[in-house]
Design a protein around this ligand. Sequence first.
Ligand SMILES: *[C@@H]1O[C@H](CO)[C@@H](O)[C@H](O)[C@H]1NC(C)=O
Ligand SMILES: *[C@@H]1O[C@H](CO)[C@@H](O)[C@H](O)[C@H]1NC(C)=O
Ligand SMILES: *[C@@H]1O[C@H](CO)[C@@H](O)[C@H](O)[C@H]1NC(C)=O
Length: 565
Amino acid sequence: MTKLSILVSSLLLASSASATLWPIPAHYEQGDKPIWLSPDVKLEFGGTTSGSKKVLDAWGRTKDALFKTNIVPWQFHPKGTQFEPTPNSGTTIKKVIISQTGKDVDAPTYENLKEAYNLTIPASSDTVYIDAETSLGVMHGLTTLQQLFYASQSKKAGGAVWGKGPVTIVDEPKFKHRGLNLDVSRQWYPKETIMKVIDTLAFNKMNRLHLHATDSQSWPLEIPAMPELSQKGAYRPDLTYTPADLQQILDFAEARGIQVIVEIDMPGHTTSIADSHPDLIVGRNIQPNWDTYAAQPPSGSLKLNNKNVESFLSKLFRDLLPRLNKHTKYFHTGGDEINANVYALDPGVGSNDKTKIQPYLQKFSNHVQSELARQKMSPFVWEEMLNDWNITLPKETIVQVWQTDEAAQKATEKGFRVIQGNYNFWYLDCGQGQWLDFGGPAFKKFYPFADYCSPRKNWRLIYSYSPTQFLTEAQAKLVLGGEVHIWSEQIDSQSIDMMLWPRGSAAAEVLWSGRTDANGNNRTFADATPRLAEMRERMVARGVRATPVTQLWCLSHPHACELNT
Ligand SMILES: *[C@@H]1O[C@H](CO)[C@@H](O)[C@H](O)[C@H]1NC(C)=O
Ligand SMILES: *[C@@H]1O[C@H](CO)[C@@H](O)[C@H](O)[C@H]1NC(C)=O
Ligand SMILES: *[C@@H]1O[C@H](CO)[C@@H](O)[C@H](O)[C@H]1NC(C)=O
């Protein structure tokens, strides 16, 4: 072969690449025959099921994605190549047949969560088949369908859409819990932003939004039984989430297969309660040495060994939990970064000795857990409750690990299920520098003002993390999944898209497809880059300001941007 013919054949190879799904399905085969999607494509139902509202709405969104916000994948082909099939070649898809074989369960638990689906486009067929037991599986199948087609360059406005077939996909997630932890207390996010995040999570086949709803800085969550909490605790009386807002968020999420798990962090991270209930908080906003009493200003914690705190919590939970438990059987009771010094100031404790504080924290935890049990909900807690404070927890408790792999080992050793998301890998807020204003000796000490978890976690690092790393097989069985984290000290609705995407997508594939492929090998960046870059383009087309994955040049020159020595 001449150099020229090698070049030509490699161009042909590049231009015949099939769809590039993200996250990659468990089993995925695709041919190279052109298929077109008719603008009149019809939905039909196979078997005994007819379409639920959830599935019909998902179909509506799928048609929008296919015909209105689809992409022309020019970036992924060498300049000047004709990558689109010629009109009238191949077959035309006229219908999508969905067969849901089982009934949906309301607010599924991890025990009865079913998300598997199959998607098939047989050779020379005019039909896409999506089979699944539940609507969650159907929705994942429809999300995959959106990625199998591209907008036509020539007739973009006319809605012509093409792909390659035949297609055989047998798919299910590796992990049951695939989430984002979003802090809406440090900054307030409009509900529209939260819903856009939810929609993009679902597009990435994530299934959990952990809403870190309150913290020391603000209390945006309206509690009708105690309206003063948000009236005084929010940044502004209107920067809140009304019960109707919360309901809208829960419904919007549920329609997309996402459970919202609300967290009220406690007993630390609660000073905003003092804006309306000063007697319940010890060590409120101590200055200037706030750092003796808390990880961040304003300092302050819920008092322990205190009847008024207990009745406050009962009132809070009996208002909030019945509004949540139709949608999820889980609630996050927090428990991170409890400061021992602040309890020396607490009349009910009077000591900063952790072993003296422990029995009171146990009593506090028992009270919280009894309120959850009343509403038939199971708790999430941050790892410290178990590992640092030795709190005896209900055995169904799910422990959220954020600090070390060792913490996951300890929690699973004790038989608890865990959610992973070590800050060295999956904290998306890291690497922006400090938000404190340093003066005096602190200026020198903290120069050049890197934050505690810097540098920024790039998508390749996020992608290289495995939620089961350094765990034995038995320990790994207790890993339900993981979360990426957006702590909002320096992120708000103006910047969240760029902070979250496509780095959140990198975690989404680890959680759906696993860190390793079917042969047990680590997935490679070379394989991930073109697929993630295409996913990024699809997110941008949907109005998400996701950042680039690599240079454009690398996208049109497959394998030219590798360094393997
Ligand atoms: C999907 O296909 C696999 C393999 O053929 C089969 O075992 C499974 O039952 C199918 N699932 C559904 C929901 O049809
Ligand atoms: C928890 O248990 C460990 C190991 O027994 C012990 O070292 C630690 O002091 C205990 N912590 C508290 C707060 O009781
Ligand atoms: C696979 O990735 C893990 C991190 O997820 C890493 O510890 C391990 O060394 C990698 N294995 C190989 C063979 O590169």
